[in-house]
Design a protein around this ligand. Structure first.
Ligand SMILES: *[C@@H]1O[C@H](CO)[C@@H](O)[C@H](O)[C@H]1NC(C)=O
Ligand SMILES: *[C@@H]1O[C@H](CO)[C@@H](O)[C@H](O)[C@H]1NC(C)=O
Ligand SMILES: *[C@@H]1O[C@H](CO)[C@@H](O)[C@H](O)[C@H]1NC(C)=O
Ligand SMILES: *[C@@H]1O[C@H](CO)[C@@H](O)[C@H](O)[C@H]1NC(C)=O
Ligand SMILES: *[C@@H]1O[C@H](CO)[C@@H](O)[C@H](O)[C@H]1NC(C)=O
Ligand SMILES: *[C@@H]1O[C@H](CO)[C@@H](O)[C@H](O)[C@H]1NC(C)=O
Ligand SMILES: *[C@@H]1O[C@H](CO)[C@@H](O)[C@H](O)[C@H]1NC(C)=O
Length: 368
């Protein structure tokens, strides 16, 4: 941030939030790793039963201990000089939509942000200053060019007092910011400047632009000096929904060093995020197998309920005898099959006892 201290104050509104570094810039290297695609829709909601952000989907790079879960949602809480919280998605989208239900943090100099950021520093931003009760800002950058000044303010009534719906709709032709259903800004891809057009991940967080450790220019931009005694300062996120522009893709890659959308290639298949989000619970997979059983087999399972444990013990002894004659590797595979079958059998029994074969909502809901 210190290099900003040399810029005239008037320029801060445009430059303070820009990301200026990236671990591997595809404009400069042909050896950057591929980006993991989302390839589907992610719908994150949080309440007091949650204990952490799913680490397979989110990388918390600052303030892990300052994240709390309440029935209002995910809370990012900062209370003293030096505190900040940043979380970034492990997945990337290539065009798509991001919808956030958020109540920004109040407090002079406190900044709540949501951004889409690419490896070659394309950027789409939303920033809310805790000391301004009437407006929020949108901004964008291309190829990390901080000489582009694209910041615009939008009227919102009390962004720190209630939840609002902030949505980015990002396409090849245009980019829109939508607040509570109203399109407040449209940027055409043909606009002057480098239009954001490369796979991006979502990053959100809270920081104190008004902290006394910041350069005076940043403090002025943020709306003044933060008074920590007024804290803690809390940004609350009720939900985040992200839809990738492509489905059935596992990775995005830069085909050359132009940073053009035309150079981006993708690999077909189920992404890591897709597999995680569509993972079936044991109950769900038992239900699915059950539906596939013949009537005869169902009757067999039903009759076996009482004696299932006895049958299980006999089957297990037979299984052990067979195993003696097999190699270690085969045994491991057979053990897994045995475990899976047992898990399903137990699930059938549980469902039968509760008379619940036909129900569709007994599955444990995975929380993200
Ligand atoms: C590319 O690398 C050179 C040398 O390290 C550096 O000066 C330049 O800023 C880099 N360009 C980008 C776009 O990262
Ligand atoms: C997202 O999750 C919330 C809470 O579970 C639910 O109310 C909402 O319908 C979901 N939306 C979609 C599009 O799945
Ligand atoms: C999380 O972010 C840190 C800092 O940028 C990085 O070193 C680390 O590799 C990231 N971890 C994952 C799983 O992406
Ligand atoms: C809030 O931001 C708007 C737009 O920049 C500005 O006109 C207004 O004066 C600001 N209010 C405060 C209290 O800083
Ligand atoms: C960065 O943006 C400025 C303002 O639009 C422009 O004059 C300049 O040429 C751009 N720099 C690069 C490297 O594209
Ligand atoms: C948020 O706004 C977007 C764009 O108008 C809309 O599609 C979406 O349904 C809204 N989400 C919620 C939770 O209201
Ligand atoms: C996803 O991509 C794989 C690999 O090309 C293909 O085999 C599969 O049919 C695709 N699935 C869907 C649902 O399009």
């Amino acid at each position: 941030m210190s290099r900003l201290a040399f810029l005239p104050i008037a320029l801060f509104a445009a430059s303070v939030a820009a990301q200026t570094t990236t671990s591997c810039n595809p404009l400069n290297s042909t050896a950057c790793p591929d980006d993991s695609a989302l390839g589907t829709t992610y719908n994150g909601t949080w309440d007091s039963s949650d204990t952490e952000l799913n680490t397979k989907l989110w990388n918390v790079t600052a303030g892990t201990d300052d994240i709390q879960f309440t029935d209002n949602g995910l809370e990012l809480v900062i209370s003293e000089s030096g505190d900040s919280v940043t979380a970034e998605s492990t997945f990337y989208i290539f065009w798509g939509q991001v919808e956030v239900m958020m109540k920004a943090a109040a407090g002079t100099g406190i900044i709540s942000t949501f951004d889409l950021l690419s490896d070659d520093l394309d950027e789409i931003d939303l920033e809310i200053k805790g000391g301004n009760k009437t407006s929020v800002s949108s901004n964008w950058y291309g190829h990390g060019n901080t000489s582009q000044y694209n910041g615009v303010d939008h009227a919102v009534d009390g962004p720190q007092d209630s939840f609002h719906n902030y949505t980015f709709v990002w396409g090849q032709e245009q980019l829109q910011w939508i607040i509570d259903g109203d399109v407040v800004r449209t940027v055409e891809s043909a606009s002057s400047g480098q239009y954001p057009q490369t796979p991006s991940r979502l990053k959100f967080g809270i920081w104190a632009g008004g902290d006394s450790t910041q350069p005076q220019g940043t403090i002025d931009w943020a709306g003044g000096a933060t008074v920590w005694d007024d804290g803690p300062f809390v940004m609350t996120v009720k939900s985040i929904k992200v839809t990738d522009g492509s489905t059935n893709v596992t990775n995005y890659a830069y085909g050359d060093q132009t940073g053009s959308y035309e150079s981006i290639t993708s690999t077909a298949g189920e992404s890591k995020a897709f597999k995680l989000l569509n993972k079936k619970t044991t109950t769900e997979s038992a239900k699915q197998s059950w539906e596939g059983l013949s009537t005869g087999a169902k009757v067999g399972v039903a009759c076996g309920i009482g004696g299932a444990f006895a049958i299980g013990i006999i089957a297990f002894c037979t299984f052990c005898l067979i195993q003696r004659r097999r190699g270690k590797k085969e045994r491991k595979l057979a053990d897994e099959a045995w475990d899976n079958n047992q898990a399903e059998l137990m699930e059938y029994q549980k469902m039968m006892r509760s008379g619940a074969f036909a129900v569709s909502n007994t599955g444990r809901r995975e929380k993200f």
